[in-house]
Design a binder for this molecule. Structure first.
Ligand SMILES: Nc1ncnc2c1ncn2[C@@H]1O[C@H](COP(=O)(O)OP(=O)(O)OP(=O)(O)O)[C@@H](O)[C@H]1O
Length: 292
């Protein structure tokens, strides 16, 4: 069982702390969603994990071995990001051949299907690809290389809605036939909410949530009804957001409810991951977040 562990990792650029004492454990065969507002530090963290950027403090290990300058461990991860690692003049088929030399087995069967479904021509030169096809090509590499940790930073950048749907369905298909660990960093929370098993929220370089999606959603409660009743019922609870609709008030609670019976005037339901993300990342703006 391969586990990727991030321990006490910190990174600053000049006087700005970008990653602050981050501890994370990525277990085998899970699909993690790494979420965070612009500038939260997601790309920096993924670059540190894959040894493309050096941390000031802390370490990244796979199965208890440090990954820094450790080719056998680095070869277990593939980071797809908007940074292009391939020469503009290289043909896509050549990049696939070179990647296969570097990583070992390449799933040509899956690649052929993806090439066909996305309609990409492998005789093209990398530098001539449109933004969307640049992402599509790198996604094909990510899904077909024999790595245990597939790390995707903004995977659907530039993809149209049809291609995004196709990618999500192919990702799930590929995961089902060949379970491994995926880390998806994205702003399109609604699109990945049903795909990811675990959610990690990074805010100003700190982890403010790290849980199975199911557990996180089970702690979301929207309490709707007359303003006074809502306020009374949610007093003392962890109210992370509020909405007003005329005389009707919605208070959004994250955490456990207490044993008080729900008054007849109030309606209780759960709310979704995107709302939770917005509330938590607004709440902690400039403040001191707590893990979980
Ligand atoms: N090479 C660098 N030099 C200086 N500052 C940097 C560098 N790389 C990143 N930063 C800063 O670190 C912070 C985090 O950037 P990062 O790209 O990791 O965030 P992100 O969460 O991926 O953002 P986005 O969602 O907007 O892509 C930002 O304030 C950014 O300006």
């Amino acid at each position: 069982m391969s586990v990727l562990e991030v321990s006490h990792v910190s990174k600053s650029y000049g006087s700005k702390s970008v990653i602050v004492d981050v501890n994370l454990s990525f277990e085998e065969n899970k699909i993690y969603g790494l979420l965070g507002r612009n500038g939260a530090g997601k790309s920096t963290l993924l670059n540190i994990i894959t040894n493309r950027t050096f941390a000031d403090d802390g370490e990244v290990k796979i199965d208890s071995e440090n990954v820094a300058d450790n080719d056998s461990k680095l070869g277990l991860m593939y980071l797809m990001s908007e940074v292009d690692l391939y020469p503009n003049g290289a043909k896509l088929s050549q990049i696939i051949a070179d990647s296969e030399l570097m990583y070992g087995d390449f799933d040509h069967h899956l690649a052929d299907r993806l090439v066909d479904q996305f309609g990409i021509d492998l005789s093209q030169k990398f530098g001539k690809l449109s933004t969307g096809y640049n992402s599509i090509f790198k996604l094909i590499l990510a899904l077909c290389l024999p790595v245990k940790f597939v790390i995707l930073d903004e995977p659907v950048l530039g993809l149209d809605a049809n291609h995004r749907e196709l990618f999500y369905s192919e990702l799930l298909d590929s995961y089902a036939t060949n379970p491994r660990t995926f880390i998806l960093s994205t702003h399109l929370i609604e699109e990945v909410a049903n795909i990811i098993s675990d959610v990690i929220i990074l805010d100003q370089g700190r982890i403010i949530l790290n849980q199975p999606v199911e557990d996180a959603l089970a702690k979301t409660h929207s309490v709707v009804g007359p303003r006074q009743d809502v306020e009374q019922y949610t007093k003392g609870l962890n109210v992370v957001g509020r909405d007003n609709m005329g005389n009707i008030r919605a208070n959004y609670v994250y955490g456990d409810l207490d044993d008080r019976p729900l008054p007849d005037t109030l309606q209780l339901s759960n709310f979704d991951l995107q709302k939770l993300f917005i509330f938590l990342t607004n709440q902690y703006e400039g403040g001191r977040p707590n893990e979980n």
